[in-house]
Design a binder for this molecule. Structure first.
Ligand SMILES: [Zn+2]
Length: 196
């Protein structure tokens, strides 16, 4: 039982003896008819001041069972007592998560999950770096190709294809003016001129 939380809080973590009553209910506390999951498992009376009741409702007994098995009820109660109420819910979530991870993997617990995720993160970062390098290579090749094309076009001014003419004069057209901007900026579309 060398878990950080359990060892730092001392006392018997997995004991289910009737001595687990670190916070005996005050005399004014009323016993509730349906005990929370924690009190039900601990076989004690649940009161309206039960510190565990808000986090271990009767319908979710496995949550407390896992946390109790790994950390011990008294340690969980001590942990919650040392925290402000606003942080107790998150603390219970992490305790239950850690407990379930420890039950699944007794050797590494949630540290095993962290290592797996870190390894996966490293793999994905390597994939991103590789993809970025490939993208850079492709972009460089494209830039080189465009440069070569421009040089070839510039070096062939009398090329017969209309790539070199810029489309200003199209010998095959009967009425080339239909494709030329007359400067007015509102030239009719070519098809209207053609069929007017
Ligand atoms: Zn209770």
């Amino acid at each position: 039982m060398g878990f950080p939380l359990a060892s730092s809080l001392s006392s018997s973590p997995t004991s289910s003896s009737p001595t687990i009553l670190p916070c005996p209910p005050p005399p004014s506390a009323a016993v509730v008819p349906s005990p929370c999951a924690a009190c039900k498992i601990l076989r004690r009376k649940c009161t309206d001041t039960c510190i565990l009741a808000p986090f271990f409702p009767p319908g979710e007994p496995l949550k407390f069972a896992a946390a109790h098995k790994v950390f011990g009820a008294s340690n969980i109660i001590k942990l919650l007592q040392g925290l402000p109420e606003s942080q107790r819910g998150d603390a219970v979530k992490s305790v239950v998560y850690e407990a379930n991870a420890r039950l699944r993997d007794p050797v590494y617990g949630c540290a095993g999950v962290i290592w797996q995720l870190q390894r996966r993160l490293g793999e994905l970062q390597a994939q991103v770096a590789k993809a970025e390098a490939e993208l850079f290579t492709v972009q460089s090749q494209r830039a080189n190709l465009v440069a070569v094309l421009c040089m070839k076009m510039a070096a062939a001014p009398s090329a017969p294809d209309d790539l070199a003419t810029g489309g200003a004069t199209i010998p095959l057209q009967d009425d080339p003016s239909c494709f030329l901007d007359d400067g007015g900026g509102q030239a009719a579309p070519p098809w209207e001129l053609l069929w007017a």
